[in-house]
Design a protein around this ligand. Structure first.
Ligand SMILES: Cc1cc2nc3c(=O)[nH]c(=O)nc-3n(C[C@H](O)[C@H](O)[C@H](O)COP(=O)(O)OP(=O)(O)OC[C@H]3O[C@@H](n4cnc5c(N)ncnc54)[C@H](O)[C@@H]3O)c2cc1C
Length: 284
C-alpha cells in the first residue's frame, strides 16, 4: 500500500498538516502504532501522521476538578500513575490488562479510543467514569462525552483534520472501581466481553451508592452503557437479593451478537457473571 508518512513534533504543525492531508484522502494518526501496524495492509492508501513525539499530547495532570490524560499517554504510564490509581481505578485495571508489556509501553489511550473497537479494553472503564474527550483541530476545540465518540467499529465523530487531544476524568471523592474481561486465554487475546464499573458509596462499608457507572464492551457495535443497571443500583441500598436482581438487569440490557470469539448466549450469560464479580466485594 502507498503510505505517505510525516512526523510532527508540534501540535500546531500537526493540526495544519492534518487538515491539508484530509482534503487529499484518508489520514491516520500514528501514536503507538500497535493497531495501525497490524492493520496496515488492509487500510486504504493515505497519509500517516506520526504524533508520538508531540509534547502537548503527553502527561497526566490534575486541573481543577478533573484529571486530564494526554491522548499520547501509554497504558504503562496509566498503570503507574498515582493520580489515576486514586481517581480512576477501573481505568488503571483496564490498562494493566492490555496486551503484554511491549504493547502497554507503546499503545496509547488515544489509539485505543481512535481505533473505535467495541472490544477496546479501556473504553468501558472510561464510560463508567463518565470521561469526556477533548478534541482539537486547526479550526477549534470541542468536548464530547466518551459514550458519544464511537459510532460503530472504526467510525468515530472525529471530523477531517481533528484529533483526540486529551481525556478528562471528573474527580469523585471516594471513587472505587472494577474492570474485568473474559478472554480465550490469559493474555494477548481480545475480550469476548468486558466490564467497567465505577462507584462511590454513601458511607464507608455501606451498600448504598452515591454514584454508579456500568458499561460492557464487545456486546454491540460500540461499548454499551448499562443505564438501567446503574438506575437499579442507585435506587436502593444493595442487599444479597438486590445483587442477584442487578445481575439479571445487566444481563437483560446487553444484546450481543455471535462472532468468531463467542456466541451471543455466552456473552449474555457472562454479563451477569461479570456484574456479580463486580458487586460481590461489597459484601466482603
Ligand atoms: C499483540 C497485541 C495485543 C493487544 N492487546 C490488546 C488488549 O488486550 N486490549 C486492547 O484494548 N487492545 C489491545 N491491542 C490493541 C492496541 O494495542 C490498543 O488499542 C492500543 O491502545 C492502540 O494504541 P496505539 O497508540 O498503538 O494506536 P495506533 O495504532 O497508533 O492508532 C490506532 C488508531 O487510533 C487512531 N489514533 C491514534 N491516536 C489518535 C488521536 N490522538 N486522535 C485520534 N485518533 C487517533 C489512529 O488513526 C488509528 O486509527 C493489542 C494489540 C496488539 C498488537
Amino acid at each position: 500500500m502507498n503510505i505517505k508518512l510525516e512526523r510532527h513534533t508540534s501540535l500546531a504543525s500537526l493540526l495544519s498538516a492534518a487538515l491539508s492531508a484530509a482534503e487529499e484522502g484518508p489520514v491516520f494518526y500514528l501514536a503507538g502504532g500497535t493497531d495501525l501496524m497490524v492493520q496496515k495492509d488492509m487500510l486504504p492508501a493515505g497519509t500517516w501522521l506520526d504524533i508520538s513525539d508531540i509534547p502537548d499530547l503527553h502527561g497526566i495532570r490534575q486541573q481543577k476538578d478533573c484529571i486530564i490524560i494526554g491522548s499520547g499517554v501509554s497504558h504503562h504510564e496509566i498503570m503507574r500513575s498515582p493520580l489515576l490509581k486514586k481517581h480512576a481505578p477501573a481505568l488503571v485495571q483496564a490498562s494493566s490488562n492490555v496486551g503484554g508489556p511491549q504493547v502497554r509501553s507503546r499503545g496509547t489511550i488515544g489509539g485505543n479510543l481512535g481505533n473505535a473497537s467495541p472490544a477496546a479494553d479501556t473504553v468501558p472503564a472510561l464510560y463508567s467514569l463518565r470521561a469526556v474527550l477533548n478534541l482539537i483541530s486547526s479550526e477549534g476545540e470541542r468536548s464530547v462525552p466518551v459514550d458519544e465518540f464511537a459510532l460503530r467499529p472504526r467510525r468515530t465523530v472525529l471530523k477531517p483534520g481533528e484529533i483526540i487531544h486529551s481525556v478528562s476524568i471528573p474527580i469523585r471523592e471516594g471513587i472505587q472501581g472494577f474492570w474485568h474481561s473474559i478472554v480465550q486465554r490469559n493474555s494477548l487475546a481480545i475480550s469476548k466481553i468486558n466490564i467497567g464499573f465505577s462507584y462511590v458509596l454513601k458511607a464507608e462499608n455501606s451498600q448504598a451508592f452515591d454514584y454508579v457507572g456500568v458499561a460492557f464492551g464487545s456486546v454491540g457495535p460500540t461499548v454499551l452503557r448499562a443505564k438501567k443497571t446503574e438506575e437499579f443500583l442507585l435506587a436502593e441500598p444493595l442487599t444479597p437479593q438486590r445483587l442477584e436482581e442487578a445481575c439479571l438487569v445487566a444481563q437483560s440490557e446487553v444484546t450481543p451478537i455471535a462472532d468468531i470469539r463467542s456466541t451471543a448466549e455466552y456473552r449474555k450469560a457472562m454479563a451477569r457473571v461479570l456484574m456479580h464479580e463486580a458487586l460481590e466485594p461489597l459484601f466482603k
